[in-house]
Write a protein that binds this ligand. Structure first.
Ligand SMILES: [Zn+2]
Ligand SMILES: [Zn+2]
Length: 316
């Protein structure tokens, strides 16, 4: 089968590879890209196996055995470690990562598979993986009405969608005008800079943005840190507001299986406007160029359809 294989940093090739081995084989219909894929392509990533390796972790398709349409979750928790026993599988100490969505087929354990609601297109279903992380982050934040979000990329806009659907007042700060306009379209307010808010989400994944999020919290506020920063990052925190204003800083990482199902339901009922985030549908051969593009302007996710064949593929 054809698969996009990483041979090293910025060395991605579409190759004929052996069929993947695992419990259930899934015929990939759509795999969406995100910032993590760009990081994996450019620098490698702690969860990647040694090169050469497959990647792609937002994957929807059809089970080869039953014909059922499924979202392939990108991880399964061990079920045995202390966080797992404590009901927090998203911070499992030894999860199994399921990567390889940028391929014609992917193999996954049965319990990584989530049924796709009828009528939901595969490209939208694939977005349930990042949306589940947004569902998790919203749960971490609590029910406060007055919300600010640092970052209007796909994750910031997914958070905004979920919060607006709950009737909350949401501002999204981004320096891209197009992303502010997307936030407006979702029913949030796109702003260049946040004021002070009772609940602030960070959805960029850079130390400066983490600091900006903490600095945007009103007294007594809660800050939920969603974006993963480069390894080894640190931020200089002023102690006074943490102490005198009783700010609460909460990490939010990944998702639990029930949050994946909640994300699929939110996509199917239309409470999340996935069309606003859906970018062009491209072939495996077009993936390297897509990952290399600087993200400027509107926040969109590429949709890889491995059944597409481009000229590049035919010429080889
Ligand atoms: Zn992702
Ligand atoms: Zn575990």
């Amino acid at each position: 089968m054809r698969a996009a294989i990483l041979f090293g940093p910025e060395d991605l090739r579409v190759e004929d590879t052996p069929e993947p081995a695992g419990e259930v084989l899934v015929e990939v219909q759509a795999a969406t890209t995100c910032g993590t894929d760009v990081k994996m392509w450019r620098y490698g990533h702690p969860v990647l196996p040694p090169y050469p390796c497959a990647f792609g972790h937002e994957t929807a398709g059809v089970r080869a055995d039953t014909g059922e349409r499924v979202l392939v979750s990108d991880s399964v928790a061990c079920g045995r470690c202390a966080p797992c026993r404590d009901g927090r599988p998203q911070i499992c100490r030894s999860p199994t990562w399921i990567l390889g969505g940028f391929a014609e087929r992917i193999a996954a354990p049965e319990r990584a598979l989530h049924p796709i609601p009828p009528g939901l297109p595969a490209a939208a279903a694939a977005m349930a993986e990042p949306l589940a992380a947004a569902v998790h982050a919203v749960a971490r934040g609590g029910a406060t009405d007055d919300v600010g979000i640092v970052g209007g990329g796909p994750m910031g806009l997914m958070l905004a969608s979920l919060l607006v659907a709950e009737g909350r007042s949401v501002s999204v700060a981004d320096h891209h005008r197009d992303r502010r306009a997307q936030a407006d379209l979702l029913g949030a307010r796109g702003v260049a800079r946040l004021g002070r808010h009772q609940l602030v989400f960070e959805a960029v994944g850079r130390p400066e943005a983490w600091l900006a999020a903490v600095q945007s919290a009103a007294p007594g506020g809660v800050v939920v840190l969603v974006g993963g920063c480069p390894r080894g990052s640190e931020i200089p925190l002023a102690t006074e507001p943490l102490h005198y204003d009783e700010l609460e800083l909460r990490g939010a990482f990944h998702h639990a299986p029930a949050e994946v199902d909640a994300a699929l339901a939110a996509l199917a009922t239309g409470s999340v406007n996935w069309e606003l985030l859906q970018g062009a549908t491209i072939s495996l051969e077009q993936l390297p160029a897509a990952l290399a593009q600087r993200s400027a302007g509107a926040a969109r996710k590429w949709v890889i359809d491995p059944s597409l064949r481009t000229d590049a593929a035919r010429k080889r």
